[in-house]
Design a protein around this ligand. Structure first.
Ligand SMILES: Cc1ncc(COP(=O)(O)OP(=O)(O)O)c(N)n1
Ligand code: 3NM
Ligand code: MG
Length: 207
């Protein structure tokens, strides 16, 4: 399966009271990967929400990715996204198996992406590219880094951080395969607007 398209990421605060309706609206518009990102320690709620997302993803033939939590990903038989402090990649690959999608945060460092490639990542994520209200303190990354990454790496490249419909085109022009978006997708006034945005992101990637 080619990993290219919109990578929608949930945010528990932003989606409070409209979690499943907004996610379904995004899936309606087309989502290649959906990441469940919940930074709380409420394990029961996390399991419940992740199961609900897996059911939705199954209906829309979208791949679910769990942020941070390889055990939960293994329990649901879905993929995982690991940051640099979320545990080692190789044992996670062994745990989830060869077909699972495993993503790796590489900030603005090609060396981290090369290491992730060796350890079995399915895609590498660089960011943040723009101001992000979801994660304002994330380290920044430039378009030049994408040019270098495109030349040196043979994995799908994901961009993240403050991405909107107004600023995403240069990322695609510099070789990005996956646009990972929270606020620029879900910070919308209605489900119809979420669907419109998802379609428009896909149009930028011409899938
Ligand atoms: C697609 C994607 N890219 C980067 C991140 C950030 O991961 P991490 O650095 O572990 O930070 P948290 O998201 O866990 O706060 C991501 N989640 N997804
Ligand atoms: C979760 C996350 N990681 C980032 C990184 O740079 O590693 S930026 C980010 C937040 C993405 O949300 P938004 O699209 O609202 O900016
Ligand atoms: Mg993390």
């Amino acid at each position: 399966m080619k990993l290219r398209g919109l990578y929608a990421i949930t945010d528990s605060q932003l989606l409070a009271g409209k979690f499943l309706s907004y996610v379904e609206a995004a899936l309606e518009g087309g989502v290649t990967l959906l990441q469940y990102r919940d930074k709380s320690n409420d394990e029961a709620r996390r399991l419940r929400e992740a199961e609900a997302l897996r059911n939705l993803c199954d209906r829309y033939k979208t791949q679910l990715i769990i942020n941070d939590d390889a055990e939960l990903a293994a329990r649901l038989n879905v993929g995982v996204h690991l940051g640099q402090t979320d545990g080692p990649l190789s044992p996670t690959r062994a745990l989830l198996g060869s077909k699972a999608i495993i993503g790796s945060t590489c900030h603005a460092q090609i060396e981290l992406a090369e290491q992730a490639t060796k350890e079995g990542a399915s895609y590498v994520a660089f960011g943040r590219f723009f101001n992000s209200s979801t994660k304002p303190g994330a380290p920044t990354c430039s378009l030049d880094l994408l040019d270098q990454a495109r030349k040196q790496l043979h994995l799908p490249i994901c961009a993240i951080g403050g991405i909107t419909l107004d600023n995403a085109a240069p990322l695609v022009a510099h070789g990005v395969d996956l646009l990972a978006v929270v606020h620029g997708l879900f910070g919308a006034e209605s489900t119809a607007e979420v669907t419109r945005r998802a379609r428009a992101f896909n149009e930028l990637l011409k899938i």
